[in-house]
Design a protein around this ligand. Structure first.
Ligand SMILES: Nc1nc2c(c(=O)[nH]1)N[C@H]1C(S)=C(S)[C@@H](COP(=O)(O)OP(=O)(O)OC[C@H]3O[C@@H](n4cnc5c(=O)[nH]c(N)nc54)[C@H](O)[C@@H]3O)O[C@H]1N2
Ligand SMILES: Nc1nc2c(c(=O)[nH]1)N[C@H]1C(S)=C(S)[C@@H](COP(=O)(O)OP(=O)(O)OC[C@H]3O[C@@H](n4cnc5c(=O)[nH]c(N)nc54)[C@H](O)[C@@H]3O)O[C@H]1N2
Ligand SMILES: [Mo]
Length: 779
């Protein structure tokens, strides 16, 4: 008998590799990026298969890269390929010909596999057949697709109420599969649809919907090409959205200025060598940020208010030249109260709280004051802060003052992560669907969808812990490793009756599972998807609201994969049987049939089947982009929002930690162990610290330490990290996700959006204690 399973936190915390420090880069991309892209394809043994696919990626009529949601240019696409280093890595990861088969699972117990690092787990290859682990089992066993669906149906039907089931989605699922998935959940009877947005841009939607009337960004790619100023705040384009760099480069060439606001001077904010252009490979590249503001973690609210205070000063000196009074009068409400608050603010205090010098803030305000067209881009640096919703509303406030939203070259740009996370929401994957959406479902299909709001990610983890949710079905993703408070979440997952993962690659969520568990292997974006003898295409929505088709070109590694759409249909038939009012078989046979019904239920998809076949796709309607702010509360006006500035007091031995990403990972998939841009080679268990803090804390650069969090009086431990001295504000630290998710309390959430506040974690740092593992075992 195997002893009780002890799950390693996220990576294997028992060993360190041989960390090497290299030069911190001042430029992103260039030759190293091209080399890295191709070397990954070679390492995975897919040079020809992979290279062929690489040139189809993001081309008109090709497939949509699964690595991010940045849109493809409407017009010219680079002849050298519209991919980036990350896209190539994502492709190498999924195009691999290595397989995880029934043999593999027979040889390796779940317990043994869980001892591997995420990097090692990811290298095992593509999942090749459906697998099942019975209650008390030590190894996954093969199961037929029919029996897998039968088991899922039995479990779902045995629940006391449909709300004891939850249906998670990661953001790669196509529009077609997403639509069916939410339709099934609603017909089954629950709105428990947690999704990766609940950890990603929920904060943006929560801030934008009531202020500008739509929970999405307002700019198009063309707006970047002809604008006056681009502000990039809390986002790292070089690492996470490399194709955004081409747009920044083009904007810059056409005269735009760039301000970067980030605790770290990220390579991708500073300079760019375009790997898709010959001059970028051999030339000097482009300096990007004209001004870099090294804000403290969570100092952004103070910084935004300081900027507004100074803009107000400029406006007083040059009335009418800084603020757009006509816009304010016609399109907004609450301006006077908004302006009045600044009587109580002092520049010194705000600058101090932001961590940025008054002189630098003044320079930024000067750069903004007389510019008419400003774009604000942001990412997880803002959305994963406790007051993220308010900070994004503050960005809207600033743009409203300037009348710089809803016109060309101006607006808001939340840069999405997963390639179809925006489309998932448009398809109504949402734990809080609106009444209008539910009414449409009811009218078109004739069943009564549940109205009660469901659980989001944080909610469902607590519900599993409290035995309120018994079945967790995951459409993609890696629930355990992506979510906070790993130890707590692992305990919750182990309590439930059944966990099901629809996956392409093995991950930790297969290894820390419910009492019974099922793995359903599926196609990835680049795979050919044959239905009834015909290769199918699906569609996705980019960060800028463009819906486009995506058609894979690689032969799937196994004949035993089923596409996500058919997985949903077969689950629906096995669960609902004759009770269902929907013809699921019709959907299983035809993507066109699904698109026809999407058109009936979701505004903006008129003539879907025709328009999706246009090579460049089509834009979804976006009233805010046209300058119409249709808000529930104020009719056709955008409100100014009054927000407060947090104190962020720290105990003497406390630091703030932000968890972030490298270019050698895609979320929980670890492609490699380097962070070339930040000068890290061959290690992920690092903690970036300011040299002064290292000295004050009695540490040395390169020392081994353990990290702790004590929120709600619970001790959370992430053992064995190496200190790396770095250019970062004092009392701030940065580590990589998912290794430190174990430190993020389930209760450390963003106000209103309820997202984990993974960029604002209070930690303590102590010298590494080799006996720490005994303590961890008792947690
Ligand atoms: N290579 C790669 N690409 C990816 C992903 C990946 O994992 N790897 N993930 C994809 C996904 S799902 C997403 S959502 C996006 C995420 O892309 P980003 O939004 O860029 O996400 P992060 O790297 O988590 O953090 C962004 C930046 O926030 C900064 N930051 C931290 N705290 C603060 C703060 O208090 N204020 C400010 N101003 N900045 C702060 C960090 O220094 C970091 O540079 O990337 C997508 N693309
Ligand atoms: N501490 C901390 N935690 C975070 C974050 C952070 O910055 N800090 N970021 C958060 C963010 S922004 C996000 S988006 C979440 C990500 O959370 P998730 O979306 O849950 O995680 P991923 O790592 O993207 O999921 C990877 C898995 O998806 C499966 N997969 C890949 N492609 C496909 C496909 O086409 N179909 C199917 N069915 N499966 C597929 C593979 O099996 C792979 O193992 O993590 C969040 N967690
Ligand atoms: Mo994300």
């Amino acid at each position: 008998m195997e002893k009780d399973k002890k799950e390693p936190a996220a990576e294997n915390p028992y060993k360190l590799l041989d960390l090497k420090l290299t030069k911190v880069e001042k430029w992103a991309a260039g030759v190293p990026a091209v080399m890295a892209a191709f070397s990954d394809l070679f390492e995975e043994g897919v040079p020809i298969r992979g290279t062929r696919a690489l040139f189809s990626m993001n081309q008109k009529g090709g497939f949509d890269c699964s690595s991010c949601a940045w849109p493809d240019p409407d017009d010219d696409r680079s002849p050298l390929g519209e991919y980036c280093e990350n896209g190539a890595k994502a492709l190498a990861d999924e195009a691999t010909t290595k397989k995880v088969t029934a043999e593999f699972f027979k040889k390796n117990s779940v317990y043994d596999l869980a001892k591997l690092t995420d990097f090692e787990i990811g290298r095992m290859g593509r999942l090749a057949e459906p697998m099942y682990i019975p209650k008390g089992g030590t190894h996954y066993e093969p199961i037929s697709w029919d029996n897998a669906f039968k088991k899922i149906g039995e479990h779902l039907n045995a629940l006391e109420t449909p709300d004891q089931a939850a249906f998670y989605t990661s953001g790669r699922t196509s529009n077609e599969a997403s639509f069916l998935y939410q339709l099934f959940a609603k017909e089954f009877g629950t709105n428990n649809m947690p999704d990766c947005s609940n950890m990603c841009h929920e904060t943006s939607g929560t801030a934008l919907l009531p202020t500008i009337g739509i929970g999405k960004g307002t700019v198009k790619l063309d707006d970047f090409y002809d604008t006056d100023l681009i502000v990039i705040i809390g986002q790292n384009p070089g690492t996470n959205a490399p194709r955004m760099m081409s747009a920044l480069e083009k904007g810059k060439k056409n005269g735009a200025k760039i301000i970067a606001i980030n605790p770290l001077p990220e390579a991708g904010l500073m300079g760019f060598r375009n790997p898709q252009q010959i001059y970028g490979i051999i030339g000097n590249g482009v300096k990007l940020a004209d001004l870099y503001l090294p804000v403290k973690i969570n100092g952004d609210m103070a910084l935004l208010k300081a900027l507004e205070l100074l803009l107000l000063d400029f406006e007083k000196k040059s009335p009418g030249e800084v603020f757009d009074h006509q816009f304010i009068k016609e399109k907004t409400v609450g301006h006077d109260a908004f302006i009045k608050q600044f009587e109580d603010y002092k520049l010194e205090d705000l600058a101090e709280a932001s961590g940025v010098s008054q002189a630098a803030i003044y320079e930024a305000a000067q750069m903004m004051a007389f510019k008419k067209r400003i774009i604000f881009c942001w990412g997880m640096g803002l959305t994963q802060q406790p007051n993220g919703v308010d900070m994004i509303r503050e960005i809207v406030n600033l743009l409203l003052l300037k009348g710089s939203i809803g016109k060309p070259g101006a607006g808001v740009c939340p840069v999405r992560g997963h390639s179809n996370v925006q489309g998932n929401r448009t398809m109504m994957i949402n734990e809080k669907p609106s009444d209008e959406q539910l009414d449409r479902i009811q009218n078109v299909f004739g069943f009564t969808p549940p109205r009660k709001h469901g659980y989001d990610v944080v909610g469902v983890i607590k519900a599993m812990q409290e035995d309120k949710v018994k079945v967790l079905f995951s459409m993609g993703g890696n629930f355990l490793s992506a979510t906070p408070d790993t130890t707590y979440t692992a305990k919750a997952l182990k309590k439930i009756n059944l966990s099901v993962c629809v996956s392409t690659k093995l991950n930790r969520s297969h290894l820390i599972h419910g009492q019974e568990a099922i793995i359903l292997p599926t196609f990835s974006r680049s795979d050919v998807d044959m239905v009834n003898g015909e290769a199918q295409f699906v569609s996705t929505e980019s960060s800028m609201g463009i819906v486009q088709s995506s058609k894979g070109i690689l032969k799937p590694i196994s004949d035993n994969l089923v596409n996500e759409m058919q997985i949903v249909c077969r689950m629906a038939m096995a669960t609902l049987g004759s009770k269902s009012v929907i013809n699921w078989q019709r959907y299983a046979d035809s993507y066109d049939a699904v698109r026809d019904d999407i058109e009936k239920c979701i505004p903006g998809f008129e003539d879907y089947n025709v328009r999706v076949r246009q090579k460049e796709g089509f834009y979804l309607p976006n009233a805010a982009r046209e300058g119409n702010f249709i808000t529930k509360k104020y009719g056709d006006r955008a409100p100014f929002t009054l927000t407060t500035t947090p104190d962020n007091l720290l105990a003497p031995d406390e630091y703030l930690m932000a968890t972030t990403r490298t270019h050698d990972q895609f979320n929980t998939t670890i492609y490699g162990l380097d962070d070339r841009y930040r000068g890290i080679k061959n290690e992920r268990r690092v903690v970036f610290m300011n040299q002064k803090d290292i000295e004050k804390g009695g540490f040395t650069d390169g020392e081994k330490v353990d990290l702790f969090n004590y929120d709600n009086g619970i001790e959370r431990i992430a053992p064995l990290f190496v200190i790396v001295s770095y250019q970062i504000p004092e009392r701030n630290t940065v580590t990589y996700f998912p290794e430190t998710n174990v430190l993020v309390s389930i209760n450390n959430v963003v106000g209103e959006s309820n997202m984990p506040a993974s960029k604002f974690v209070r930690i303590k740092i102590k010298k590494h204690n080799p006996n720490i593992y005994k303590l961890i075992d008792q947690l």
